[in-house]
Structures are given as C-alpha cells and as structure tokens.
Design a protein around this ligand. Sequence first.
Ligand code: RP5
Length: 168
Amino acid sequence: MDKTLVAILMGSKSDATAMQGAAEVLREFKVPFTMRVMSAHRTPAVAAEFATSAEERGLKVLICAAGMAAHLAGVIAAHTTLPVIGVPMACEPFNGFDALLAMVQMPPGIPVATVTAGKAGARNSALLAVAILALADPSLAARLREFRVAQARKIEADDASLQAEMRA
Ligand code: RP5
C-alpha cells in the first residue's frame, strides 16, 4: 500500500498531542495516512472542500478530532459518504463531555462513528479505521487478528505477574 487511505483531521494544532496515538497505530499497521488541521468554524471552506474531494483522491476513512462545540466530524460527514470517525477532544472547562455530546448527537441520515474522548479514543479511531480497511484487505485483516492475540497475551502476562506479586 502506498496511496493515502486515511486522513486524520483535527480542529486545532492543540489536538495534535492527543491524536499522536492514532498516527502511531496507523504506522504500526503500515496504513498510509495524512494529518491535517482544519476547522468546521475557523476554516469551513477548507473542511468542506477536503471532504467533498476525499473520495476521488482515494481516501477511504476520515478520522476527525475536535473539542468544545465539536462540529468537524459532522461537517466532514455532511460532505462525503466515506466513513467518518469522530474523536472528542478534552478541553476546559468540560473536559470532553461537551465534544462527545456534540459529535455523537448527529441527526439521522448523517452518521459519525464516535469513539471515546482523548488519547484512548485516538487509538481506537485508528483501530476502527484499520478494521474498516481490513474488510477489503486480507493481509491487513491478518495483522489486526495478530494485534488482538498479542494484546491478549500481554494481559495474560500482566495477570501472571500480578498473581506472582500477590504470592510473594
Ligand atoms: C476546537 O476547539 C479544536 O478542535 C480544539 O480542540 C478546541 C480549542 O482550539 P484552540 O483554541 O486550542 O485552537 O475547535
């Protein structure tokens, strides 16, 4: 794979730290991606144009991170039929609950697959993007299954080490 398949979009550069986990996961799975800052409110024309032309440019999944009145994912979804995954960002004073409600409360007809807020959501957004791409890519599907097995092995190893500590 060498064509950009996933876009990680964020409403502000201040979202970039939280969204690094999404980039890490996509790198781990060797999924080509791009990262852009664009805003539903501050650069609405840029966001609309990006979403409108995304499919013809070969993109398959769009991840959108935003905080506060988090409209980026919804606005992107309004301009494309590609799958859109929303990641609420935690900002003061409501720590992401505001963004979660803004993102998850899409009207029927324009879905946004909203994951949890912050760093956990960032990682899960990329894993969900991988799962969507894996539907049409058996080798990616195999890597996703291997990831799950490795994750389970780590939990089992953690449990074994906890049991050993408790016996000591
Ligand atoms: C949202 O407002 C951004 O996605 C960011 O999470 C939040 C604050 O933006 P900045 O003031 O840090 O640029 O649009």
